[in-house]
Design a protein around this ligand. Structure first.
Ligand code: FPP
Length: 257
């Protein structure tokens, strides 16, 4: 698709996703193409992240969830993992003040106890500093895996059954919804994955049940606000049926006009 030089959409509220989730893929390949180390790709990726956060604020998106480090990413070479940890620390250090100024509320999902004390402190600081902000809800998934998320929810529910607070018959999809990450937000409307791969890679697998999936070959460091607006316009053209027929959805739309 040709990217035009638009820098703002004129989408109506009903065509605009409330919650967008992103797999920021392609940093390594971006660097390799330039004969640079993979870590240079991650550094360039931070610039795209900043641009997309700004675009979400401009487009009045309620929530943005970014996959920064998966529970499987520990398998990468030790040097890359350690450089990513360093990058998270320095990025939180340099960006949090400005995010706070822009009224962004920052939260983290994933098993943060696996990180160094220094990184955990940055995570706590960012969360606490921005906790009363009412603008964009920015969730950063670190050491996160969708299967882990579901297993944690099951553990909590099982403990409640053991204590007699819940009966096994009380367990339903709606109940599990209450215990998985991001329960306080609308379910993701739009999933974006850059870098050409067409898979979900264990990201929010419970929450993505009805999400529209957008894949692009553009590598994350090249994914700027123009590319993001292309994805938003693509989303606006989708008909979300949630199990209904297209005709039923059209009828409901007409009756609301
Ligand atoms: C995947 O690309 C990218 C990552 C595992 C790291 C993403 C992290 C950032 C962009 C930094 C953002 C920082 C914060 C604090 C939100 P890849 O390395 O798998 O790329 P490849 O598929 O080309 O090898």
């Amino acid at each position: 698709m040709t990217v035009t030089s638009i820098n703002k959409t004129d989408l109506g509220d009903s065509d605009r996703p409330k919650h967008i989730v992103v797999v920021m893929d392609g940093n390594g390949r971006w660097a390799k193409k330039r004969l640079m180390p993979r870590t240079a790709g991650h550094h360039a990726g931070v610039k795209s992240t900043r641009k997309i956060v700004e675009a979400c604020i401009q487009e009045k998106i309620q929530a943005l969830t970014l996959f920064a480090f998966s529970s499987e990413n520990w398998k990468r070479p030790e040097q890359e993992v350690s450089s990513l940890m360093q990058l998270f620390i320095s990025t939180l250090q340099s960006e949090v003040k400005s995010l706070h100024k822009q009224n962004v509320r920052v939260r983290f999902i994933g098993k943060c106890s696996a990180f160094s004390d220094k990184l955990q402190q940055k995570i706590i600081h960012a969360t606490e500093l921005t906790q009363n902000n009412t603008g964009l809800q920015l969730n950063i998934a670190v050491n996160y895996g969708g299967r882990w998320d579901i297993a944690e929810a099951c553990k909590t529910i099982a403990a409640k059954v053991q204590q007699g607070e819940l009966q096994p018959e009380d367990i339903s999809a709606e109940l599990i919804d209450e215990y998985v990450c991001l329960k306080q937000l609308p379910e993701p409307d739009l999933f974006i994955r850059t870098g050409g791969e067409m898979r979900i890679s264990n990201f929010l697998i419970w929450q993505l049940a009805y999400t529209e999936l957008y894949f692009t070959d553009v590598l994350w460091p090249d994914f700027k606000s123009e590319e993001f607006l292309v994805a938003l316009n693509w989303y606006a053209g989708r008909q979300r049926r949630f199990g209904k027929t297209g005709e039923q959805v059209d009828e409901t739309k007409t009756s609301q006009c």
